[in-house]
Ligand binder design. Structure first.
Ligand SMILES: [Zn+2]
Length: 488
């Protein structure tokens, strides 16, 4: 007889930089993602899902290991002692497949660990960055790549040549061509590629399977096809204007005065990207429903949000305000006909790995810091308050990978309150999220008892980071050596 586990599939879909409040289920006034909205009608929406880091590496190390990013040797590269969800599943005989195009989540940083097949769209770009020990193929590749990057060939085509976006969209539908040209094209437009690849894998593979698919399109630069812009307005934004906004606001090439019109245009482009991904999500979700019908858990989320100048920032760099930490999270189990329900309780990305293990009936390791969300999905859990930590390293507003390069920035969130500490500037914030969800009024000098409680939690956590720091340094060196060896 087949074991229960062998009849199951888990599909984890992540959309980079997708903030929750730009989606209908979270109260957005525009229907940016109609396919997604329709699909989750038979599932669970987590209204208060929090990312444990404000950018991809911190956040994905939380998703994959269920351990906070700064603990146990850090997150970039992922140290060996942090066991990934794919490694555990693989040990239990579950086929694991991952596909992404994010430069921070490649095999170079160990994010491929435990995947039977890992389609690493950025592998050439990371390989080309390593100066030593290259073979002839790698040297040739890195030479071509350096030339193309330096003259910004594809960037120029993208913003100057009308119709190039359309061609690029078409090219990306063909996996072989995409494999060859992907490393030369700025991050964007991988939705057709990822979708087609995933569909062809799912068509062939049987359960038990764990599949992770990551979409980069919503991540800046924002340059969606015209048709997706026209779903929200009458006239497309010109190529010149797109270039101006992307280069000056997101890459900070020139300081420009921020006006409401600029913010509106930027958000329109961002919404267009969400709408573009949604077209392909619709295709993928339809296919999965036909292919698996039941015993399939689909988790859809994002690694972090995106800032639109709410606190003086754009993109996702070195801050821990809600525009970066509040992420969408949906769980749908195929074959289970439930009514849509919304969970208000605070949950976090650390909860995803235990949820997946729980679904497959695999014991959850003791050192996992998250908890399975299935009791909440099944409405089988009693309420209790949780404190959620989000963290990163940063210096001068730029994300860093470890303590040698940057300072700790940490936020701790309860149901009602949120505390932020910026080590570099020794700056503290305390917000009441119920009365001040936009985090405008800093109560750190008014709510002293609350502030002290959060400081206690912070100190206890930061001490644990310091304890492992020396060890992590050694681990990092070993990792780097191994990586160099394997690239020879
Ligand atoms: Zn990201």
């Amino acid at each position: 007889m087949k074991r229960e586990r062998d009849k199951k599939a888990v599909i984890l879909i992540t959309i980079d930089a997708l903030r929750a409040d730009h989606l209908g289920p979270y109260g957005y006034q525009l229907r940016t993602a109609p396919n997604l909205e329709k699909f989750v009608e038979k599932g669970t929406i987590f209204m208060n899902a929090v990312a444990n880091g404000p950018e991809s590496p911190t956040s994905f190390s939380s998703i994959f290991t269920s351990i906070l990013p700064l603990l146990d040797g850090g997150f970039s590269p992922l140290p060996r002692e942090k066991i990934t969800i794919a490694q555990i599943l693989n040990e239990y005989g579950i086929f694991t497949y991952g596909i992404h195009c994010n430069p921070n989540l490649g095999s170079f940083f160990n994010y491929d660990r435990g995947f039977n097949i890992f389609i690493d769209g950025e592998r050439f770009r990371t390989v080309s960055k390593i100066k030593e020990n290259k073979n002839l193929k790698q040297i040739t590749f890195s030479l071509i790549s350096t030339i193309i990057f330096n003259i910004k060939f594809f960037n120029k085509l993208m913003y100057r040549l009308k119709g190039f976006n359309k061609v690029k969209g078409w090219l990306r539908k063909i996996p072989l061509i995409t494999d060859i040209i992907l490393p030369f094209i700025p991050i964007a437009y991988n939705a057709p590629y990822v979708t087609n690849r995933v569909i062809s894998v799912l068509a062939k593979k049987k359960k038990p399977i764990f599949l992770w698919a990551h979409y980069m399109d919503v991540h800046n630069p924002y340059n969606p096809p015209t048709r997706n812009i026209l779903n929200f307005t009458k006239k497309d934004i010109s190529l010149n204007r797109k270039e101006y906004l992307n280069e000056n606001l997101l890459k900070k090439k020139k300081k420009i005065k921020i006006t409401p019109a600029i913010l509106d245009d930027l958000k329109l482009l961002y919404n267009g990207e969400i709408n573009y991904v949604d077209e392909y999500l619709g295709k993928l979700l339809e296919f999965i429903q036909v292919r698996f019908q039941n015993n399939c858990l689909i988790i859809i989320t994002s690694d972090h949000g995106e800032s639109f100048y709410e606190h003086g920032f754009f993109g996702h760099q070195a801050n821990l305000f809600e525009e970066l930490l509040h992420v969408p999270l949906f769980i749908v189990e195929l074959g289970k006909n439930i009514e849509l329900h919304k969970i208000q309780e605070n949950v976090q990305l650390l909860d995803i790995a235990p949820t997946i293990l729980n679904y497959f009936g695999i014991p959850i390791p003791d050192n996992f810091q998250g908890e399975s969300l299935l009791p909440l999905v099944d409405e089988n859990s009693s309420y209790r308050e949780r404190f959620i930590i989000s963290e990163c390293y940063q210096k001068n507003g730029i994300m860093k990978r470890n303590k040698d390069e940057g300072f700790i920035m940490i936020s701790i969130r309860s149901d009602e309150w949120k505390y932020i500490h910026d080590e570099e500037n020794n700056q503290e914030f305390l917000f009441n999220l119920k009365s001040d969800p936009k985090e405008q009024s800093n109560l750190i000098n008014k709510e002293l008892i609350k502030a002290n409680k959060f400081r206690e939690i912070r100190d206890e956590h930061v001490n644990k980071i310091s304890l492992v720091d020396e060890k992590s340094k050694i681990l990092r060196n070993i990792e780097t050596l191994d990586l160099k060896k394997s690239l020879k």
